[in-house]
Design a protein around this ligand. Structure first.
Ligand code: 13P
Length: 256
């Protein structure tokens, strides 16, 4: 059975003195209840905090720490960049690749994201590869095509053994931070489409094993309905992951 995952992308939020208590709050709430125990929980704070967060959570079942980005270069004179091997060396397990904010503000291309995927995998990290269409593309009916090319150009060169380590996150750009959540029908339809693309490329077994997360204004009120969709395997949460109680409620909305 494929893994159920809830990941919290903190983006560029929280100073260190705000971040540490929030992590402890999440940890305490999780500790208090058995509900959601089997869900893989990934906290993705600003990279500066990865090491501390790893030390604070290590040994706890099903909790992992991730990075929001990494360089496609191995090492060297790339001021300001963070490499996959550095992320690994401080305890990171997952890396977000191709978040729409990276694609739009930092102009990351499918080709660059392919290189980031490769380097992440080469260092034993799991990419959480983000895909999703803009409002315009949704309105012109090109949403399936957009997501298809993002996956095709950045992931489908992988050998099955590596593809297996990838988590996919469908985050429609128009739903991120807007309060406009995709309906469960829209989410299921796209997740099913993604799974069929994987099946065509790698076969049914791998397609059935790939976790596909939904992201975009997912909160404690709408999570249960989204997570009840057969092809939605969890969520990538932005704003609601910055509130411990809401984030834990989202984790607990995964069907047991
Ligand atoms: P929101 O949950 O704030 O819409 O953000 C989603 C997201 O971008 C997670 O990566």
């Amino acid at each position: 059975m494929r893994k159920k995952i809830v990941a919290g992308n903190w983006k560029m939020n929280k100073t260190y003195s705000e971040a540490v208590p929030l992590l402890y709050e999440v940890k305490d709430l999780l500790w208090k209840s058995k509900k959601g125990e089997s869900v893989i929980k990934i906290i993705i704070p600003p990279s500066l905090y990865i090491h501390d967060f790893y030390e604070t959570t290590k040994g706890l079942k099903n909790i992992f720490i991730g990075a929001q980005n990494c360089s496609y270069e191995e090492s060297g004179a790339f001021t300001g960049e963070i490499s996959a091997s550095m992320i690994k060396s401080v305890g990171g397990s997952y890396v977000l690749i191709g978040h729409s904010e990276r694609r739009s503000y930092f102009k990351e291309t499918n080709e660059e994201l392919k290189r980031k995927t490769d380097i992440t995998l080469a260092h034993g990290l799991h990419p959480i590869f983000c895909v999703g269409e803009s409002k315009d593309k949704r309105e012109s009916g090109e949403h399936f095509k957009v997501v298809e090319s993002q996956i095709n150009e950045s992931l489908f060169h992988l050998q099955p053994g590596n593809f297996k380590k990838v988590v996919i996150a469908y985050e429609p750009v128009w739903a991120i931070g807007t309060g406009l959540t995709a309906t469960s029908t829209q989410a299921q339809e796209m997740h099913h489409h993604i799974r069929s693309l994987i099946e065509d490329k790698y076969g049914r077994i791998l397609a059935e094993e790939t976790s596909i997360l939904y992201g975009g204004s997912c909160n404690e009120k709408n999570a249960a309905e989204l997570f009840a969709c057969p092809d939605v395997d969890g969520g990538l949460i932005g704003g609601a992951s910055l509130k411990a109680k809401e984030f834990v409620e989202i984790i607990q909305a995964i069907p047991q």
